[in-house]
Design a protein around this ligand. Structure first.
Ligand code: KQY
Length: 369
C-alpha cells in the first residue's frame, strides 16, 4: 500500500462514486464499547450481525473485531462473512473507515481523513480515538488499496453524501462545527471536498436530525437515492423539535441546483415518533467522561434515512413504530431493483447512529463504460 501525500484524487482523476453504484463489498466493525452499547453490547452485536448478514446477501462483508471479540464474532457470523482482528475505539466504519474513490480505469484508492471522535476536546464524544484514527490506513493495507493522507482535515464519512456525478451534500451544523476544522473557512472546507471527492458542487443543508450527537451528520437527514434525487427525513408535526430543521433543509433543497444543473427531486421520508432512552437502557451503559453516557428520557436521533444501499438490497432501520412500514414502502418504490430489508435497530440507535453509520462501501473495481 502506498501512502499518497502530495496529490489529490481530483488531480489524479479519481472521484467518489455514489453509494448506488456497484460495490466490491462492505466494511463493518463489531461493537463492544461499554459506554456506547448497553449491557456489554450483546443486543448491539446481534443487530450488527443481522445487518452484516442482510448486506452479505449481495456483496462481500468484512467485519473487524477486537482481539477480545474475534472468536465471538467468528462464531456469530456465517462463514461467507470475513472476520479480521483489528483494534478500534468503537464501531463506526462509516466515520473512520476509508472513503473510497475510483478512476475511469476502475482503480480504487482510499482517503484517510483525520478523525477526532466527532469534535475532539471541544465537543467530541469520547477520548482517546487514536485506534479509530488508524483504521482507514489499516483497512486500505488489508484491501491492497493505495491511500491519500488527509489527516490534517477532520471529516467523518457520515458527514458527506455524493451523487457520483459531481455533487456532494453536507450539513452546515456539522462541517462548520467548532470541534472539527475551526481554522478553516467555509470556502477552504469546500475546496478540500472538491479536491478529495472530485466534486464541483457542495450542497450545504443547514441542519440535521434533532439531538444528533454528531453535530447533525447529513447521512441521518438526507441521502441520494439516484443522481438528482434525495430522501429527506420529514415530520408533518409543526410542534415537533425536528420540524424547523427538516423544513430548513427542504427550503434549501427546493432552490438548489446540482453539479449537472438539475433541480433536486425531494422525496419526504416520514420520521418515527420520538424515540427516547429508558431507565433500564441507561442502567446498562457505562459512564463516559465521568458522566452518564445517556439520561432517561433523552431523545435519540432516530431516522429511516440512515440506510445502506447494497448491490442487491437496501438495508434500513426499523424502530417498531407505525411509520416503519410506510418508510419501507417508500424506499422500496425508489429502489425497485433492490430488496428493502428492515432491521430492528433500536440497539444500534442507542449507540448514537444507525445502519449507514456502521457500514462503509468499497466500490467495485473495473473500468466504466
Ligand atoms: O455516525 C454516527 N452517527 C456515530 C455516532 C457515534 C456516537 C458515539 N456514541
Amino acid at each position: 500500500m502506498k501512502i499518497i501525500r502530495s496529490s489529490t484524487p481530483a488531480a489524479d482523476g479519481f472521484r467518489m462514486p455514489g453509494e448506488f453504484e456497484p460495490h466490491a463489498g462492505c466494511i463493518m466493525i463489531f461493537p463492544e464499547r461499554a459506554d456506547s452499547w448497553q449491557y456489554g453490547g450483546y443486543a448491539a452485536r446481534r443487530a450488527f450481525a443481522q445487518t452484516a448478514e442482510a448486506i452479505a446477501g449481495s456483496e462481500k462483508v468484512t467485519v473487524c473485531a477486537s482481539e477480545k471479540q474475534y472468536d465471538n464474532a467468528r462464531a456469530m457470523l456465517p462463514s461467507h462473512i470475513r472476520v479480521v482482528e483489528m483494534a478500534s475505539d468503537d464501531a463506526w466504519s462509516r466515520d473512520y473507515g476509508p472513503t473510497f474513490v475510483k478512476n475511469q480505469k476502475g482503480e480504487v484508492r482510499g482517503i484517510d481523513w483525520g478523525f477526532n471522535a466527532w469534535g475532539g476536546l471541544h465537543d467530541g464524544l469520547y477520548f482517546p480515538w487514536d485506534k479509530d484514527n488508524r483504521m482507514a490506513r489499516k483497512l486500505c493495507d488489508l484491501l491492497d488499496k493505495d491511500v491519500y493522507n488527509k489527516r490534517d482535515f477532520i471529516l467523518e464519512g457520515g458527514s458527506i453524501h455524493v451523487d457520483g456525478e459531481g455533487t456532494c451534500m453536507v450539513t452546515e451544523s456539522c462541517l462548520l462545527s467548532g470541534g472539527r476544522n475551526p481554522g478553516l473557512t467555509r470556502q477552504e472546507i469546500e475546496d478540500n471536498l472538491q479536491q478529495y471527492l472530485n466534486v464541483s458542487t457542495v450542497l450545504w443543508l443547514p441542519r440535521g436530525i434533532y439531538n444528533d450527537e454528531t453535530n447533525e451528520h447529513v447521512d441521518n437527514i438526507c441521502a441520494f437515492t439516484a443522481p438528482g434525487e434525495v430522501v429527506l427525513a420529514w415530520t408533518e408535526d409543526r410542534e415537533d423539535a425536528q420540524y424547523p430543521l427538516s423544513k430548513a433543509c427542504l427550503d434549501y433543497l427546493e432552490q438548489a441546483v446540482d453539479a449537472a444543473g438539475r433541480r433536486i427531486r425531494v422525496h419526504k421520508l416520514p420520521l418515527p415518533r420520538p424515540v427516547t432512552v429508558t431507565e433500564e437502557e441507561c442502567r446498562g451503559l457505562d459512564a463516559c467522561f465521568d458522566r452518564p453516557a445517556r439520561t432517561p428520557g433523552e431523545r435519540l436521533a432516530a431516522s429511516y434515512v440512515n440506510f445502506y444501499i447494497a448491490n442487491g438490497s437496501v438495508v434500513m432501520p426499523g424502530f417498531g413504530d407505525p411509520a416503519d412500514e410506510e418508510a419501507r414502502s417508500i424506499l422500496q418504490g425508489l429502489f425497485p431493483d433492490r430488496q428493502v430489508i428492515q432491521i430492528y435497530a433500536r440497539d444500534i440507535l442507542i449507540g448514537g447512529g444507525n445502519i449507514h453509520c456502521i457500514t462503509q462501501q468499497i466500490p467495485a473495481s473495473g473500468g466504466e463504460a
